[in-house]
Design a protein around this ligand. Structure first.
Ligand code: 5GP
Ligand code: ZN
Length: 114
């Protein structure tokens, strides 16, 4: 989609440090990391948020979940653990309206999610 920063990253128009790609998703390092490891996993299909998927797109959602596990293994995050965050909408401060999940790791994040 025009004017979508994550679509441009997926297409390679905007450079990024990609760590993973498959038929459903692309993952790259966040430009403004909030933990020592901060990876963004985003759907190749432009969908504004998790609210935008249809019943026949379960393969995309499942593919992203499997990709998150693959990336966690690939990046050596399994032993110490990691957190997965999806911001959806205003109160969650979603800033890029293209579905994505944050993988955060590299230190203790505390018991509270926020
Ligand atoms: P949100 O706030 O929508 O949940 O997360 C968007 C994330 O995308 C933010 O953590 C932000 O740092 C990241 N981001 C925004 N623009 C770029 C970019 O051009 N490149 C990369 N690698 N990350 C970006
Ligand atoms: Zn997009």
């Amino acid at each position: 989609m025009d004017n979508c920063i994550f679509c441009k990253i997926i297409e390679g128009i905007i450079p990024s440090t990609k760590v993973y790609e498959d038929e459903y998703c692309v993952a790259f390092r966040d430009i403004n990391p909030q933990m020592p490891v901060h990876i963004v996993v985003t759907s190749k299909k432009h969908v504004p948020s998790v609210l935008g998927f249809t019943e026949d797109e379960k393969d995309i959602l499942g593919g992203i979940q499997l990709a998150i596990a693959k990336i966690a293994r690939q990046e050596g995050l399994v032993e110490n653990g990691f957190r997965v965050v999806n911001n959806c909408g205003r109160d969650a401060c979603q800033s890029v309206p293209h579905i994505h999940y944050h993988i955060l790791a590299g230190g203790n994040m505390g018991e509270r999610i926020v």
